[in-house]
Each structure stands twice: as C-alpha cells, then as structure tokens.
Design a protein around this ligand. Structure first.
Ligand SMILES: Cc1ncc(COP(=O)(O)O)c(C=O)c1O
Length: 487
C-alpha cells in the first residue's frame, strides 16, 4: 500500500501540486483537480490523502469544502474512506500506465553482459552504511549556517579533513586555505581552462597545454571546448617524455600529467621525469596539473607520492572520490598554488553551485572518523584479488598475452599481437564483453612514433563481485589466439 502523502501519525503532510482553476465553486474545482491527479497518476492507487484540515490550510479553503470534495470522489469511486485508515486513492481508480517502448538514450549505451570497460569502481561496494552514518553525524552536528548559501571554496570541515588526509596518504603539502572543493577532475579542468561550465572569466590558465599522448578523450574534449590546443607528449615505460617540452613550438605553459599511474597505460612517472617536469615549470613559469585519479590504489610497489609535494607553487593537485567511492557522488578537490586560489574561486562564482554542502560535510566526517581509510583499504584488497585473478587466468589461458600497468589502479592493459586490437575489440563486443582498445585513448595529433603497440584496456573493478569470474572467463575466450597477428 502506498503511503506517501502523510506519515502514520498524520502530522506531517507531503506536497501535491493542485491548481483550483476553472469556473464554478471551490468545491467543484477541488474535485476536478483531485480527479485529474488520480487520472494522470500523480496520485497513485493506495495513496493516503491528507487530513481535511491540512489540505484546507494548504489551499486556503474551508475544511468542509475538502470534506465535501472527498465525499463526492468516494461516491464516484475514485477514493475510498475507511475508519482508522483515512481517505485513500481507490486501488483500481488509475488507468494502467501506457505501455512504454524502451528508448535508448544516446548517453546510456546498452550495457554489455560482461562489463570490463574501465572507468568506475564496483558500484555494489559503495559504503552505504558508513555514508549514511557519517551523514547522520555530520548533519546533526552542522551549525545552521551550513544550510545557507555555500562558500565557493567549500566547507572548511572538508578542506581541513582533506588537508590532513592528503598530506598523510599522498604526501601533498597544503593547508585548508589552498584547497578548493569542486565536483571532480572534469570540473577542475573547466575552472582552470574555461569553456562551458567553467564559470566566469574564460579560465585561469592559458593554452596550449601539453598532455600525455594517451589519455581520456573526455578531458581532451573539455579542453577543445575551451579552445585550448593540446600538444601530445610521447610515453614510454617511464611515463611521459617530459624532455620533449623543450622542442614543443609555441608558448606551452601548462602540463597535464597522471604521474602516479599513467592513464591508461599504467606506469608511474619516473622520479627523474617528475623532477624534470617541476624544473620545466620553474624555468618556464609553467604549471603542472596533476590528475591523481586513483592514487590510493597501489598494490605491489612503494606508494608514489604526489608530484605536488615537490613544489606546491608549481602544481595544481586534483583528486576526487570518483574511484575511491563513486563517480556519482561528484566531489573532488583542487590543491592550488597560493597565487591561483583567488582566481579559481572567482571562476567558480559567488556561491557554491556544484558540490552539495551536506555531501561535503558527510565526506569530511567519513574521513575524520577513519571510515574513508577503512573503505579504501577494503577496496584495495578486493581489487588486488581481482587483479591477481585476471593475471592468473591470462597466464593459464592466454600465456602469449602480456598484462601491464597492474601495480596500481583499477584497470590493466593487455598487450596484443600487432594488428589484432580492432578485431579483438569487435570480437569482444560480439560476445557481450565490454572493453576498449588502447588506441581509443590516443591523442588525435599523436605522431607515428608516439603510437603504443596494440592493447586492450580492461577495467577489473567494474563488474559486481559475483559476476567477475564469469567476465574474466568471457574475456579469455575472445582474446586472439597465439600466432595471430602481423609478423
Ligand atoms: C584519467 C582520469 N582522471 C580523472 C578521473 C576522475 O574524473 P572525475 O573526478 O571528473 O569523476 C577519471 C575517471 O574517473 C579518469 O579516468
């Protein structure tokens, strides 16, 4: 039985938009409005209607007008009235909803049977109980002013929690004053470089920007939209070849990197390259934008700290909860050089328009209470097990395929025999295995020498726990057999 109008004590009513329009008496107008609400499904069968007095007060009519209207609709069969259970919409009063032909929206492609597309953590592992408990604690303790218009820098509780957390876990050097809360890396890019959704002033940094030859196309398209030209840098086993910056024509002053775990090829940026990048920024008055998208998920090697720790005045460090909790939460943070704080806050606007304050307070509590660390540790163990499962299965079933980029993160790269990537992606799709080829991530201006060998990007965090083993099985079935490919 639907009981959405009032709670059982019948004290707090929910809202229903009723317009008493048209000619005739108020009673007749109310009957018409209620009948229409039942007919078009706004009032579902079984819904309990508000007591006479509350609806009368809401609509500014006499209590008797409501009582009469209810009685009329009961007589017509639209409503039922029973002692002790109030007035409800009759169970079969509403016509069945029209059959809906499922429509495929362009932004929601069909989900493959075995989803190994990189990009999201296991959605079934979102820490619902810990998040709810943190929200309860945070909202109970929050001062009233927290529910007013938000400060565009973000709540100080969250900025404080982040300053401590990022220093402890990622070696970031900051204080809460240099942190600006945002909705994630994509939002940070918009604030830094302008473009749609980038706030006022056309961005804080100027293009062109140097980027890794392989990266997320979505981020490149945000820069394109901001009219920022991007210049690709080659990648090798040590990460981006920062030395190429010396040969880039034009005034490149920004460098976008994924130093902890190159996206998507998977290696850390070599220490010498980290230093070289910072040296470049110092001598060229440049700025590094550090995308630390999955920095907490490392397995086999010593943690790689943030490049930001080398020079906080030359690096904008950006992180978010998109890999650690969920990309649906839309919370991220920028740790800024001091001289950029005001400009970024100005770009964001006078009032917080992006990151919900209750969510910010909840995340602050989650971090301060230790539950965020606990969740990340638990997920790290789970993803490590998944990665090991993948590596073992491939060693067994496809020993000719090398797996790389697996010391960290939530995805792996499978190196394929030359010339087999496109057919492997097609075969996978045909068998219901969702994944992408490495070339999908290549910068359109990457030269022939920048091209990585054929490969598949496999997101091993994406399937739910119970479906993972079957997804790996399905993957093994679609891999090109040994001996296939160009020689
Ligand atoms: C390379 C890379 N950077 C950053 C992010 C995070 O983006 P956002 O914080 O906008 O969700 C992702 C995806 O989760 C990513 O793949």
């Amino acid at each position: 039985m639907v009981d959405s109008w009032v709670n059982s004590a019948e004290r707090i009513g929910s809202d229903l938009h009723l317009e008493l329009s048209g000619g005739g008496s108020r009673r007749a107008a109310l009957i018409r409005a209620l009948r229409a609400a039942v007919q078009d499904g706004r009032l579902a069968p079984g819904t309990r209607l508000p007591p006479y007095r509350s609806l009368a007060a809401d609509l500014g009519v006499a209590r008797n007008t409501v009582a009469d209207a209810y009685a009329e609709l009961v007589a017509e069969g639209w409503l039922t009235a029973r002692q002790g259970s109030g007035t409800r919409v009759a169970e079969r009063a509403a016509p069945p909803p029209p059959a809906r032909v499922p429509k495929r929206s362009p932004s929601a492609p069909a989900r493959p049977a075995y989803n190994l597309v990189q990009g999201q953590p296991d959605a079934g592992s979102f820490p619902r109980a810990a998040w709810l408990a943190a929200a309860r604690r945070a909202l109970t303790a929050a001062p009233n002013e927290a529910f007013g218009p938000g400060d565009p820098r973000g709540r100080v509780e969250l900025r404080r929690a982040l300053a401590g957390y990022l220093a402890r876990v990622r070696g970031v050097r900051t204080d809460p004053e240099r942190i600006v809360v945002c909705s994630g890396f994509a939002h940070a890019l918009r604030l830094l470089f302008g473009g749609p959704g980038g706030g006022s002033g056309g961005g804080v940094l100027r293009g062109p920007a140097a980027v890794e030859a392989y990266g997320l196309g979505f981020h490149r398209s945000l820069l394109d939209a901001a009219k920022v030209r991007t210049v690709p840098l080659s990648l090798d086993e040590h990460g981006a070849r920062v030395e190429e910056l010396a040969d880039v024509a034009g005034p490149v002053r920004a460098l976008l990197l994924t130093p902890a775990h190159q996206f998507p090829t998977g290696g850390p940026l070599h220490p010498a390259r980290r230093t070289a990048a910072v040296d470049w920024a110092r001598t060229r008055d440049g700025l590094i934008v550090e995308d630390d998208y999955d920095g907490e998920f490392r397995y086999d090697r010593e943690p790689v700290g943030a490049v930001q720790g080398l020079d906080p005045e030359r690096v904008v460090y950006v992180g978010s909860v998109s890999k650690s909790l969920s990309p649906a939460v839309r919370l991220g943070w920028m740790v800024l050089p001091e001289h950029l704080v005001d400009a970024v806050v100005t770009a964001k606007g006078q009032r917080e328009a992006w990151a919900s304050v209750p969510d910010q307070l909840t995340l602050a509590d989650l971090i301060d209470s230790g539950h965020y660390d606990r969740h990340v540790r638990r997920m790290r163990q789970r993803y490590r097990r998944r990665r090991d499962h993948l590596v073992t299965a491939l060693a067994d079933r496809a020993p000719h395929i090398t797996v790389t980029g697996i010391a960290a993160g939530l995805h792996a790269v499978l190196r394929l025999p030359p010339g087999t990537e496109a057919s492997a992606v097609k075969a996978a799709a045909w068998q219901g295995v969702g994944l992408e080829g490495l070339s999908d991530y290549r910068h359109p201006a990457a030269t022939a020498s920048m091209r990585a060998p054929d490969g598949l990007v496999v997101g091993y965090a994406t399937p739910p726990e119970h479906a993972y083993a079957a997804a790996v099985e399905a993957l093994c079935r679609v891999l090109p057999p040994s001996g296939e490919g160009e020689l």
